[in-house]
Design a protein around this ligand. Structure first.
Ligand SMILES: [Zn+2]
Length: 188
């Protein structure tokens, strides 16, 4: 992948991670964990910031596995940004000796921010900032991942834990079809 292939969505994603990596106006200082990133991607799809698909995926959530609305296309774009050298993926050990990842910008990624159109930056700014100007905190609660602004006492459910009935019901059917195909039953 070369720089010319960076899509609008990748630019938005890079800028989103950049904003969460900022401390005292400096990019690339902090990092954002993978669940908050996946949550923002999902919420961004719902808010028409990103144009990705999503589907239920079983992930570690607090201490249990749970189905969450995850965009594999979004995750693939994160991986492409990493391969381009614009974001770094940091491995962190949890208390239970599992590993999770956290994302931040590289100096090359920070440099590239200048090439991102102002309209895309504005779209992300509106999405991740409260009307008071504070960046939303992303908080993982037992029932949902929420965006919060302590100053305004705002809490927004992202619904990443709310698996839609239609999609959930269609999953076993799709699996059955694939197994059927693998067994070559469709030729009989
Ligand atoms: Zn606020």
């Amino acid at each position: 992948m070369s720089e010319e292939e960076i899509t609008q969505q990748m630019k938005r994603l890079l800028y989103l991670i950049a904003e969460y990596s900022k401390l005292d106006g400096k990019y690339g200082v902090l990092s954002i964990k993978e669940l908050p990133v996946k949550t923002l991607i999902f919420k961004g799809i719902r808010d028409n910031i990103f144009d990705y698909d999503y589907a239920p995926q079983s992930l570690m959530y607090i201490d249990n596995r749970r189905y969450l609305n995850v965009s594999q296309e979004g995750v693939d774009d994160l991986e492409d940004l990493r391969e381009l050298g614009y974001i770094q993926k940091i491995r962190l050990a949890t208390k239970r000796h599992n590993y999770i990842y956290s994302y931040s910008l590289t100096p090359e990624g920070i440099q590239y921010l200048q090439s991102i159109p102002i309209d895309d930056k504005n779209a992300i700014d509106q999405f991740i900032n409260c009307t008071c100007g504070n960046l939303y905190d992303i908080v993982v609660l037992p029932e949902d991942v929420v965006l919060t602004c302590d100053k305004c006492n705002i809490k927004i459910n992202t619904e990443i834990t709310e698996i839609e009935d239609v999609k959930y019901k269609s999953a076993p059917a799709a699996l059955k079809t694939r197994l059927t195909v693998e067994r070559g039953v469709e030729n009989q």
